[in-house]
Design a protein around this ligand. Structure first.
Ligand SMILES: Nc1nc2c(ncn2[C@@H]2O[C@H](COP(=O)(O)OP(=O)(O)OP(=O)(O)O)[C@@H](O)[C@H]2O)c(=O)[nH]1
Ligand SMILES: [Mg+2]
Length: 466
């Protein structure tokens, strides 16, 4: 079974990463009752208790300390706050000191500080950390990076690390889950950071999974509205995992304060969980991570996959109202379910993957793909551009769910919005001097041109629709 390493960078990256580790543990705890170190666990965890061999890994009650497992991950931030919180939580059992790389002052919401100062300064330490994790793997297949576009560390250092991985591990797939800032974001410089970071990722990642904070928030609010519960507080905790209950599989985060981003981060973490479900569990039609890149990225630069997950209440810890399975497929293509604010049905698909989990038959998949295909527009050269997968293991609280990953031209809307916000600042040279201390103004202009070119390339595909 292939192994993957998670590299979480900056505040947002580490906070989403924490949710991921906690939830992935829950999932394995539910389906690995005997505590056997198996292929499924090996994807993201290594067994560090050789004496125990493959057996007796404490799994499943959410109480016992983890003593036999370490996560295949690196926790990187140029300030200490978030990583210190992880250190104080039961999740800390998962990570040795060598897996945590922090500094003191952060990148001050400045991409250039993260990229040009901290990048070279921490390169050796980070590379050493990655190498060590890679050595622990039997078959390292992919890196999953997580970070925001709007801050300084996730965007600046994160994109630096992605380029470093491209140089040092060219044969290992680089997936990058990005979070774009909402318009009322409190980081004034986020448009600069986003454009500079995006430009680097166009050239260095194999596949980017863009999410927007506004879309995550909208989904969260919709889940709350759909969730039936006696009180608002209960409804909220259904998705935010409030601090009162132990929320975790083998370790649990234990009692802790819920964080405003928790609900949104759960959604983001679910994306990574579902995407890797068929790497981790058995299924009649497994979709490997290679398959996703090969099938969904037809051109090296057009590698941005929009995602949706249905039913929406999969994201909440509540009992689903009875609904038709087919509705889940219809919803997966709706604007409201997308993790960016864009409408794939009104735009052109280059390719689309559907990964279904749980008690779903191949015939359900076929029927729904056939039915949906007539409502969607695919590029003329890839009319049958579907990739489908079935993983028999459902998410923890629901009988089934569906992840859609699509290379769709509507993604350019997300970049156009960021580019517009960038231009507003750049035209007046507002805040620019913070960047030109570290990079040439020409570098900023060429990054913007690179993103504009990407928007143009997606527009061309759109125009070529039949
Ligand atoms: N969804 C989500 N967004 C977050 C979270 N934390 C921060 N953000 C968003 O990320 C952007 C700021 O980036 P951060 O991740 O805080 O910055 P950083 O990478 O730590 O970089 P510096 O603090 O500037 O060194 C803003 O758009 C925030 O709204 C989080 O936990 N979840
Ligand atoms: Mg920070």
């Amino acid at each position: 079974m292939p192994n993957s390493i998670v590299i979480q960078v900056g505040q947002c990256g580490n906070q989403i990463g924490s949710r991921f580790w906690d939830m992935v543990l829950q999932e394995h705890a539910k389906y690995n009752r005997k505590g056997v170190y198996d292929d499924a666990l090996a994807t993201f965890f290594r067994n560090v208790n050789e004496k125990r061999g493959a057996r007796n890994i404490p799994v499943g009650d959410g109480q016992k300390k983890i003593t036999g497992l370490k996560g295949r991950g690196l926790l990187i931030d140029m300030e200490e706050g978030v990583v210190n919180q992880i250190r104080k939580s039961p999740l800390s059992e998962l990570f040795d000191d060598e897996q945590q790389i922090t500094s003191h002052s952060g990148s001050g919401n400045n991409w250039a500080v993260g990229h040009c100062l901290y990048g070279p300064e921490y390169r050796d330490a980070i590379l050493e950390g990655v190498r060590r994790q890679a050595e622990y793997c039997d078959a390292l297949q992919s890196f999953f990076m997580i970070g925001s576009l709007g801050g300084g560390t996730g965007s600046g250092l994160g994109s630096y690390i992605c380029a470093m991985l491209q140089d040092e591990f060219p044969e290992v797939y680089r997936f990058y889950a990005t979070v774009s800032p909402s318009e009322n974001d409190d980081v004034v410089t986020s448009p600069y950071n986003s454009i500079l970071s995006l430009s680097k990722l166009i050239d260095t990642a194999d596949c980017v999974l863009p999410m927007e904070n506004q879309a995550l928030l909208d989904i969260y609010e919709r889940v709350i509205a759909q969730t039936q519960g006696p009180s608002n507080r209960q409804k909220k905790s259904a998705i935010t995992d409030s601090g009162n209950s132990t929320f975790g599989g083998m370790c649990g985060l234990g009692p802790r304060k819920s964080h405003p981003f928790d609900a949104m981060n759960n959604i983001a973490a679910n994306l990574l969980m579902n995407m890797t479900s068929s790497m981790r569990f058995e299924g009649t039609m497994n979709v490997d991570i290679n398959d996703i890149v090969t099938n969904l990225v037809p051109f090296p630069r057009l590698k941005f996959l929009i995602s949706s997950m249905t039913p929406l209440y999969t994201l909440a810890n509540v009992k689903p109202p009875p609904r038709r399975l087919d509705q889940m497929f219809i919803d997966a293509f709706s604007r409201e379910s997308q993790l960016i604010r864009a409408d794939p049905k009104a735009s052109t698909y280059l390719a689309c993957a559907l990964i279904a989990r749980g008690n779903i038959e191949i015939s359900d998949l076929r029927r729904n793909v056939e039915r949906m295909a007539s409502h969607l527009t695919f590029v003329p050269w890839n009319q049958e551009g579907w990739k489908t997968g079935l993983c028999s293991v459902p998410p923890v609280t629901q009988p089934y769910c569906l992840l859609s990953l699509a290379n769709n031209c509507c993604v350019r809307q997300s970049f156009s919005d960021l580019h517009l916000r960038f231009k507003k600042l750049y035209r007046r040279k507002a805040n620019l001097h913070h960047y030109t201390e570290h990079i040439d103004v020409g570098d900023i202009a060429s990054s913007a041109a690179n993103v504009e070119e990407l928007i143009h390339e997606y527009s061309l595909q759109e125009r070529n629709r039949k």
